[in-house]
Design a protein around this ligand. Sequence first.
Ligand code: KIV
Length: 274
Amino acid sequence: MTAPSVPTLRARKRRNGSAPIVMITAYDEPTARYADAAGVDVLLVGDSLANVVLGHDDTLHVTVADMAHHVRAVAAASPKAHIVADMPWLSYHVGTDAAVANAGELIRAGAQSVKLEGGAIRRDVVHALIDAEIPVMGHLGLTPQSVLAFGGYKVQAKTRDAAKTLLEDALVLQAEGVYSIVIEGVPRLVGTQLTEALDIPTIGIGAGPDTDGQVLVFHDLVGLTKRHSPKFVRQYADLGAAMTEAVSRYAHDVRDGSFPNDAESYGNPEELTD
Ligand code: KIV
């Protein structure tokens, strides 16, 4: 099976009978391999890399070089899923030529499309990327790269005016040719209304159950984060506890001399024992 293409993903509207799109973040070869083995549709090399892998408090600390490094690692898993890479903060805010060059770097590292945050204000950059044959996924609502401007991670579109602006932004992105839009941190009604208004799929994270797909951060889902999980996270495993338990057992076995045992050691060649 080959990775779902952009046209295939663009057509995935639930109202037309399509199954919801399943997207999850991945940052390295093992997370990509395990997530892909579960049969997800899309692997997002998210700039949440900054939070959940590199330990920063926000996503503003990763560069195109960081993202490309991790896209290469995810691509090394040769996943069946589509790989989309986040364009990090400042990689598409400083002119369309720079944005195309930066997105090109992520595509050459192994991504099949890029994601960027913002609505009408990003019209020119979306246009330039699509002009350069680079497929674009949008991202609206609680866009983490706006944390300083928003004054924190706050649910967005809580007023009628803000919800209307969000819808207008989504329609601009759709008109410019994005193939889907992540909707993050909005009241569920807004998620529903955007999904109904758009012909392209919406992929929700904290946007209620009616979007055309869902995305979660891998480390949140499997219990590997130190941060307080947002309300929309469902944690399916506690791998953090399992990892600490495994390492504790290893430490215990080293300390009491039971590791390594005979079977875990290389036998002695005769020449050494003569
Ligand atoms: O970087 C990321 O993980 C994301 C998701 C929250 C959608 O953009």
